[in-house]
Design a protein around this ligand. Sequence first.
Ligand SMILES: [Zn+2]
Length: 342
Amino acid sequence: MQQTKPPYRLFLVIAIGVVALGYVIHTYKNVAAQNQAIEESNRLVEEFNECQEAADWKCSERAVRALLEKTPDDKNLQLHLAGTLFEQERYEDCIAYIGTLSYRTEELEFLEKKSKALLNEMSELGIARSMHFRVEFEGRPNRNDVLEALSVLEVAYDSLCRLFEFYPENKMHVVLFQSSAYQGMGPRPEWVGAIFDGKLRIPVGMMQYREIYRPVIFHELTHAFVRAMTRAKVPLWLNEGIAQLVDGSRSEKGRPSGSVPSLDALVAPFVGESRTSEAIKLYWYSLEMVKRMFHVEGSLASRVQFLKFKSCIQDFYRKDVDESLKEHYGVTSRELWEQVSR
Ligand SMILES: [Zn+2]
């Protein structure tokens, strides 16, 4: 005998089906929302790291604040926020923010102490906050030398802004030091101890020698601008070539004697080269390669060329170096190297 199923069973099956489907959709939405939240956090972390690497502190601050909105009690993020305020020379804000936290770590204490010390130093030297530079001191530099250095830096800064039509969002970090600790550090005869390693390190004693420090400041500041203009890595020959083109100090020197340095040697960091004659060569070939790109022989390059240079290095972020060179200048680095090696 055929048994007829009571219709409620069917209803139940349908009802279970609907509930199950609803549950699946609900869960799926939850999972999707969670995934989206995780993706968003990952993106912010990635952005934060990238900005920090590029010393773009404003961008780091935005990213870390967005992350803190999601997880306000994350101590690691709190430390990073204090750090980004400190790096922006916002020492008062840094101290105030640390004051809102209910705990202390060694790192937070360091930032708090250093912020107070820097504020003290500035007020003791009677130096106002600079427009475009975040200044730190090493040793006890002479006040007049500091003021002179800062005024030359500001003039050079304005020129470079106009040259590249680029106005850095972040203050540049300058360390003015009194000691001769950086002097004689490698084969850089005309550097007089100034370097750019993410911070501009300038011996203020150099301010006594007007004819030397102007090109040195222009040179190092160009490196700082290159760093600010692109997050990508720039080959050393390009970086040193443009800095020399801007500082105008080496344009008339003749080809150094001896063998031609390899292209690899021109891409690697020059400070690794301990032989002065080799270092001089690397600088000479770097400048020559950039001069070929700019199509200038000793005379000043046009502004259009500097804008093209900016676009080219900014494209390194998305493209291979040679791909970008080819697109903007129609040559690869090897072709340039071959041209100047002849
Ligand atoms: Zn340099």
